[in-house]
Write a protein that binds this ligand. Structure first.
Ligand code: SF4
Length: 296
């Protein structure tokens, strides 16, 4: 009997899962090739045996008996076959009697690989939220960053998840395509997100722990870094283009001075005003060129 769950680092989770229990149902990412991502570069993807996952759940239950939220790691745990996800969900409810929600990262293709009935059954078993890194709505940029999805696959996957009652949280990366893609990235991302109507939307800044040169070399096109001011303009175009019913939006930053948060149907004017104020301040005292590897 394990006293503690066994975690294989690195372990990532969305910020909104900070108070959830985590169990690693898979290790690494089944794709692991996106140009900007080194989250699981040190791990070979593998599915953990069910008995190991159950041992971890039982260990977690001793520490968090009243846990209501469980996050399935790693990268895209929703890639697991239906029967494995079903078995994990059943075990999770056995050990956590008050469990209310199970969530996981997912690629669009992981949703599309499952049947409608299977998705509905997983929803009934509590798998009710999927985090999907959309990254951009621009089809050319998706190819340039080696993301194995298209705007079409996103439309189909979000629609299928929503049809089964599974909520979605979409992520877009600011600055992903550099200066040359900036306008198309912002506009096409807004257009796609409008079609997807996710429950949650967040933007992250491009973060390059391996440095800009490594990213530029992996990028299938010309990557020209942007200034902070240009990134703010990109964010403004994106937010202005959104027409969402009830999506809750969070942006950790496009600069540390610009955290944004709101419900887009009612808070869009305020969010745009906050971006405009930040743009004005940046114009008066520029912080210069954005550096995804060093922050700003
Ligand atoms: S699918 Fe997600 S976790 Fe996997 S390489 Fe791409 S961004 Fe990283």
């Amino acid at each position: 009997m394990n006293q503690y769950p066994v975690y294989q680092e690195p372990l990532f989770r969305p910020p909104s899962e900070a108070h959830s229990a985590f169990v690693q149902a898979t290790l690494g990412c089944s794709w692991n090739r996106c140009a900007f991502c080194s989250m699981y570069a040190t791990k070979n993807y593998r599915v953990r045996p069910l008995e190991e996952v159950v041992r971890d759940l039982e260990a977690l239950a001793r520490w968090m008996p009243s846990c209501r939220k469980l996050f399935l790691a790693d990268g895209n745990a929703f890639a697991l076959p239906f029967h494995t996800l079903k078995a994990i969900a059943i075990e999770a409810h056995r050990v956590f009697p008050q469990l209310h929600r199970i969530s996981a990262y997912s690629l669009a293709r992981d949703i599309l690989a499952k049947g409608e009935q299977e998705l509905q059954e997983l929803r009934e078993l509590g798998i009710s939220l999927l985090y999907i890194g959309v990254e951009t709505g621009d089809a050319v940029l998706l190819k340039a960053i080696c993301k194995p999805e298209t705007p079409v696959s996103y439309r189909e996957a979000f629609s299928k998840a929503h049809g089964a009652g599974i909520s979605t949280s979409a992520m877009i990366i600011t600055g992903l395509g550099g200066r040359l893609f900036s306008e198309a990235h912002a506009r096409h991302s807004a257009e796609l997100i409008n079609e997807l109507q996710p429950k949650f939307l967040s933007t992250l800044s491009l973060f390059l722990p391996e440095g800009e040169k490594v990213y530029a070399a992996r990028f299938k096109g010309e990557y020209q870094p942007q200034t902070v001011l240009e990134l703010m303009g990109e964010m403004r175009t994106f937010i202005e283009g959104l027409h969402l019913n009830a999506t809750i939006f969070r942006s950790n930053h496009i600069s540390n001075s610009l955290p944004l948060e709101g419900t887009l149907s009612k808070d869009q004017p305020r969010l745009l005003a906050e971006i405009d104020a930040a743009i004005m301040q940046e114009e008066q005292s520029p912080s210069g060129r954005f550096s995804g590897d060093a922050g700003y």
